[in-house]
Ligand binder design. Structure first.
Ligand code: PHE
Length: 337
C-alpha cells in the first residue's frame, strides 16, 4: 500500500510539472484528487486493511494528498501568471497607431441648431427647454387661442386627450418662461415640435426656435434690428430682410419675415421659387392679452416674439431640397456636411 502511494504521488508530481496550461493542470487534479480519482480510490481500498493498519495508511494517504494539493496550487498560480502575461503580450494595443480612423461629427441639423443657439446666447439670450408633451393651456389658450378658435386650424395638432397634446409650436415655452421670469427678459427656446403635416418641406416632427424679448419700450424696430443681424450672420452680409403683414393670435401686429435669396441674390431661382425672397419666420409684437395672462402689465412693458423652423434654416444654408433627408440618417447624405 505504501509503495502504491509513493508511486502514485511521484506520477502525479510528474504530471503536475508537465501540465502547461491551467486546463491541463485541472484535468490532472481531477484524475488524482477528484471524487473518483486515483487517490480517492486508494482510500476506498482501506476497507480491506486490518484495523491496526488503517490509521497508519490513512495518515500517509492524507499527507500525500495535502502535499499534492500544495503542489497543485503552486503550479496553478505559476501557470495562471504565465497565461495572463502571454495574453497581455498578445493583445497589446499600440495606441500610437492612427490609421484610417473615421471621426464622427454633428448631424447637420444639430450643427445648425448649435450655431443658432450660440448666436442668440452671444447676445445675452437665456435658453429654455420646455416639455414636448404640453397642455392645451400653454400651447394654445395662454397664447390667445381659446378652444374652438379658428386659429387652431393653422396648426394641425396631435392631441393625446382633451387637455394634453404634442406641442405644435415652441411658443408654449414663452408662457412658461414669463410665468417664472419677469421683464426685462430675453429668451430663446429651441426644440422639437409636432404637426400632422407631411410633404417635401413639412415633416410631422420638426424643430423650432422661439425667441422672446420683453422690456420697457420694445418696438418693431428692435425686432427688425435683431432679425437683420441674424439674417446677415446666417445667410451673408448682403442679405436683406423684409416684413409682410400677417396674423398670429399671440402677436399684434404680426409679420411674416422673408430674407433675400442668398443663392440668386434676388434675381429669382429654384430655391426662392423665382421670387428672390425666402420666407423664414413668423414674428410680431407680443399681444397685450398674452402679457397680462402672465402677470406682466402691458401698459408698462412691451415685447416682440419670433419663431422659425431650424430644419428650414438648415435646408436653406445647405440647399437641401427635401426635409426628410434630415431624418433618414443616410450616411451618404450626412457625409457631405
Ligand atoms: N409659433 C408660430 C408658428 O409656429 C411662429 C411665431 C412665433 C409667430 C412667435 C409669431 C411669434 O407658426
Amino acid at each position: 500500500m505504501k509503495e502504491k502511494i509513493t508511486k502514485l504521488t511521484a506520477e502525479c508530481k510528474a504530471e503536475i510539472n508537465a501540465a502547461s496550461t491551467e486546463n491541463e493542470l485541472y484535468s490532472v487534479k481531477v484524475k488524482y484528487l477528484g471524487k473518483s480519482g486515483l487517490i480517492s480510490d486508494l482510500m476506498k481500498g482501506m476497507r480491506d486493511l486490518s484495523p491496526e493498519e488503517r490509521p497508519f495508511v490513512g495518515k500517509i494517504v492524507n499527507e500525500a494528498r495535502g502535499k499534492l494539493e500544495e503542489l497543485f496550487s503552486a503550479r496553478g498560480a505559476a501557470l495562471h501568471e504565465a497565461e495572463l502575461e502571454a495574453k497581455l503580450a498578445a493583445e497589446k494595443i499600440d495606441i500610437t497607431i492612427n490609421k484610417n480612423t473615421t471621426v464622427g461629427k454633428l448631424h447637420p441639423l444639430n450643427a445648425v441648431r448649435k450655431r443658432l443657439v450660440d448666436f442668440f446666447v452671444s447676445m445675452g439670450f437665456d435658453v429654455m427647454d420646455g416639455p414636448e408633451v404640453e397642455t392645451d393651456y400653454y400651447n394654445f389658450e395662454a397664447l390667445n387661442v381659446p378652444k374652438d378658435h379658428p386659429a387652431r386650424d393653422m396648426q394641425d395638432t396631435f392631441f393625446i386627450n382633451d387637455g394634453i397634446l404634442l406641442r405644435s409650436q415652441t411658443s408654449a415655452s414663452q408662457i412658461r418662461y414669463m410665468e417664472k421670469v419677469k421683464p426685462p427678459l430675453k429668451m430663446i427656446s429651441p426644440g422639437r415640435v409636432f404637426r400632422n403635416d407631411d410633404d417635401a418641406t413639412h415633416s410631422p416632427v420638426f424643430h423650432q426656435l422661439e425667441g422672446l424679448v420683453v422690456d420697457k419700450g420694445i418696438t418693431m424696430c428692435d425686432l427688425k434690428g435683431i432679425l437683420d443681424l441674424f439674417a446677415k450672420h446666417f445667410f451673408g452680409e448682403d442679405t436683406k430682410v423684409r416684413f409682410r403683414p400677417s396674423y398670429f393670435p399671440f402677436t399684434e401686429p404680426s409679420v411674416e419675415v422673408d430674407v433675400s435669396c442668398s443663392i440668386c441674390h434676388g434675381a429669382g431661382c429654384k430655391i426662392c421659387k423665382g421670387t428672390g425672397w425666402i420666407e423664414i419666420l413668423g414674428a410680431g409684437i407680443v399681444n397685450r392679452k398674452v402679457l397680462r395672462g402672465c402677470g406682466i402689465d402691458p401698459d408698462e412693458y412691451t415685447g416682440f416674439a419670433f419663431g422659425f423652423g431650424i430644419d428650414r434654416i438648415a435646408n436653406i444654408i445647405h440647399s437641401i431640397p427635401h426635409i426628410k433627408l434630415l431624418y433618414e440618417n443616410d450616411v451618404r447624405f450626412l457625409k457631405q456636411f
